[in-house]
Design a protein around this ligand. Structure first.
Ligand code: NAD
Length: 490
């Protein structure tokens, strides 16, 4: 079985660590590879940072117009290999092939936006702030920057950062999730074909030890993290204490509100796609579905839409939902459903103990719906990160906003309505960084920041777009005096 190599200084190199963990197909339980995991990955990080630091000294002086040229080739390579990458995502992560293809497309869009870095990096100039004196600001790269990625979008999330970081003149290190390292392995075979100086991009495998090595290394200037809130807080605290710039995106518990004037048929389809897409393992998955006032038969329609969703192996193109990532995840989700029942909730649709023919050992949970959870209980505020919808009934839009704004997260909030005034009020008052109006997954396009709030984000500048350009550069202000009397006549 293949032990995955790191990619450092333009070459594939064996890890210093001999301990490994298995990469497992969540549907079939087939072992797909082994990934280095342990204390000796510290040495791997040292090597990668040294290579990146050396590369940075050359790369920072390459003109930005030339720095973006490899990104055009990268877009082409990603497009040519999109199907292969999508299949790898499905193999190791479990989502359906349609979902994996969409993920690769989102990665490509970030490369496209980063191709605009020559314009995005331009800055400000004030002529004559005093007689003969001009002032201007320039943006310079930081140095070695690193990304620590989660399991649920192995092909997309590193691209919220990587293309912008290198276009701005930094050197970059990626640490993929140890649960799904094969997708980035594939992507790095493409990155290897780009005309980049050795060491500009690097990949080190591992888990917590590798992360700690990155957080402690004095030459790592910036950390981009995406994952659970608990780890995001840890990364933000430790990274900042070590003097690094940190952006740390965390977990979520996303509410969706349906008003009586919503288009019910459209809303039901969009909402069930949001809750159960990627088996609920999306940081923008809807979770708490709040009906306001009298919504007729919407509960029956949501039930029917969830019940009829086909669950199975992601490579089978006829299915609509794959497994969850690990057996531990499945147990955790089933435990949380049970806890919801103990708190007083009722299981309207029970997807536990799912058996999929031919994949009996897979980590499958079918769509599940809870209702009647107490509003002051734990489960209604806990990120389940699985295919579970909680139904909540409230009287007014104000009640819904009160409930939403009392939560600890703030990744997304959505409203379904045909009333412009209510939509306007909602987008203004909901405490969340990504708002959907008649949209179920308000995922910002690459030119917009991925704007989590509260405990869904720790930091100032988000991933993607202009925020990424600002995150990966430091500003320098120059004030210059050129008195007229110094001008020479030629
Ligand atoms: P995770 O926090 O368990 O792991 C994320 C990364 O951190 C991995 O690379 C892992 O190796 C590393 N890690 C894990 N434990 C660590 C520790 N104790 N110390 C240092 N590093 C550690 O997250 P996950 O399970 O891979 O991903 C799911 C979570 O990510 C969910 O909570 C989801 O909401 C969140 N997520 C958020 C966004 C967003 O944009 N806000 C996007 C995707 C996923």
């Amino acid at each position: 079985m293949e032990i995955l190599n790191n990619y450092i200084d333009g070459s594939w190199v064996r890890s210093s660590e001999t301990n490994t963990v298995d990469v497992v197909n969540p549907a079939s339980q087939e072992i797909l590879g082994k990934v280095p995991h342990g204390n000796n990955t510290f040495a791997d990080v040292d090597r990668a940072v040294e290579a990146a630091s050396n590369a940075f000294r050359i790369w920072r002086d390459v003109p930005v117009m030339r720095r973006v040229q490899p990104l055009y080739k990268l877009k082409q390579l990603l497009e040519e290999n999109a199907e292969d990458i999508a299949r790898t995502i499905t193999l190791e992560c479990g989502k359906t092939l349609v979902e994996s293809r969409g993920e690769v497309q989102r990665a490509i869009e970030n490369v496209e936006v980063a191709c605009g870095t020559p314009t995005l990096i331009q800055s400000e100039f004030s002529e004559n702030i005093a007689p003969g004196i001009d002032e201007f600001m320039i943006r310079q790269p930081l140095g070695v920057c690193a990304c620590i990625a989660p399991f649920n979008f192995p092909g997309m999330i590193p691209f919220w950062f990587l293309p912008y970081a290198i276009a701005c003149g930094n050197a970059f290190i990626i640490k993929p999730s140890e649960k799904v390292p094969l997708t980035m392995q594939k992507v790095f075979h493409l990155l290897d074909q780009l005309d980049l100086p050795k060491g500009v991009i690097n990949m080190v495998h591992g888990g917590k030890e590798t992360v700690d090595a990155l957080l402690e290394h004095p030459e790592v200037r910036a950390i981009s993290f995406v994952g659970s809130t608990q780890v995001a807080k840890y990364i933000y605290g430790k990274g900042a204490a070590n003097g690094k710039r940190v952006q740390a995106q965390g977990g979520a518990k996303n509410p969706v509100v349906i008003l009586p004037d919503a288009d019910i048929e459209m809303s039901v389809k969009i909402i069930t796609d949001s809750v159960f897409g990627c088996a609920g393992q999306r940081c923008l998955a809807a979770s708490n579905i709040i009906t306001v006032g009298d919504n007729g038969n919407i509960k029956d329609a949501l039930y029917e839409s969830a019940r009829s969703r086909t669950t199975g192996y992601g490579l089978d193109e006829s299915i609509e939902m794959g497994p969850v990532i690990t057996a531990d995840s499945r147990s955790r989700i089933e435990y949380l459903i049970e806890k919801g029942v103990k708190e007083g909730g009722n299981v309207l649709l029970d997807g536990r103990n799912a058996k999929i023919e031919g994949f009996e050992k897979g980590n499958f949970i079918k769509p599940t719906i809870l209702e009647g959870l107490p509003l002051d209980g734990d489960i209604i505020r806990t990120e389940i990160f699985g295919p579970v919808m909680s139904l909540i009934e409230l009287e007014t839009v104000e009640d819904a906003l009160g409930f939403i704004n009392g939560g600890r997260y703030g990744n997304m909030a959505c409203l379904f309505t045909s009333s412009g005034a209510n939509a306007r009020k909602f987008r203004n008052q909901a405490v969340a960084g990504n708002i959907g109006i008649n949209i179920g997954v308000a995922a910002p396009m690459a030119q917009f920041p991925f704007s989590g709030w509260n405990e869904s984000f720790f930091g100032d500048l988000h991933g993607q777009g202009r925020h990424a350009i600002e995150f990966f550069t430091q500003t320098k202000v120059v004030i210059e005096r050129w008195p007229k009397e110094w001008s020479r006549k030629f």
